[in-house]
Ligand binder design. Structure first.
Ligand code: DX5
Ligand code: ZN
Length: 216
């Protein structure tokens, strides 16, 4: 099983973004997670295309873009051009999820689907074979620094069962409230990729923290 780490720059110092990305470049981070919030799907606004484009010029690491926006299909091509390698949409924001996933893949990106804490894993039964990534939200999306919802561990196991049963190659990513203290249990439940924002960027030594997340 892969143990990948995708630090979320939501908690980075945006006044020193180049310095923060340089730090991630020197670290063992596998991907860089970018949280896009529109103030409609979630009660917060983060950043958009110009920031994704700027980050893509500063790194060779894959950009793992998490869209917490309504009508994500309208922006897939723009995020692709801005440098996204993996584009994840929220299940709850997509009326025609199958079409949206196909569109993302046709642009050459990996396609991810994120599930809010209340959305059952069974919702993606008919799309799991088409996606590259299943993102289990372990907090309600919108803010960094929240507490991991304990039930998410069961959902990670259910996601693993569904992936095995269906023969899908999708990776399981988990996002929200992840720290060194709970990372081991999350990997053990079947997670392949851990997103970590607050824990990494508030650490005394973020590079060291990322290394420890991978070695756990
Ligand atoms: C929440 C975002 C997360 C968030 C994770 O809406 O999707 O990616 O930045 O941050 P932490 O690790 O601080 O919970
Ligand atoms: Zn995220």
């Amino acid at each position: 099983m892969s143990k990948l780490v995708s630090p979320s720059i939501l908690s980075a110092d945006f006044g020193n973004l180049q310095k923060e990305i340089d730090m991630l470049n020197r670290s063992r981070a596998d991907w860089i997670h970018l949280d896009i919030m529109d103030g409609v799907f979630v009660p917060n606004i983060s950043f958009g295309l110009p920031v994704v484009k700027a980050v893509s010029k500063l790194t060779a690491k894959p950009l793992d873009v998490h869209l917490m926006i309504v009508n994500p299909e309208k922006y897939a091509e723009k995020f692709c051009k801005a440098g996204a390698s993996i584009l994840t949409v929220q299940y709850e924001a997509c009326v025609h999820l199958h079409g949206t996933v196909q569109h993302i893949k046709s642009l050459g990106m990996k396609a991810g689907v994120a599930l809010n804490p209340h959305t059952p894993v069974s919702s993606v039964e008919n799309i799991i074979g088409d996606i590259d990534l299943l993102l289990i939200m372990s907090v309600n999306p919108g803010f960094g620094g929240q507490t991991f919802i304990a039930r998410s561990t069961d959902k990670i196991r259910q996601a693993g069962d569904l992936i095995t049963r269906s023969g899908s190659g999708a990776l399981i990513e988990v996002d929200g409230g992840i720290y060194l203290e709970n990372a081991g249990a999350i990997y053990s439940a079947g997670a392949d990729v851990l997103v970590s924002g607050n824990a990494v960027f508030s650490a005394a030594n973020p590079q060291d923290y990322i290394a420890k997340l991978k070695e756990i």
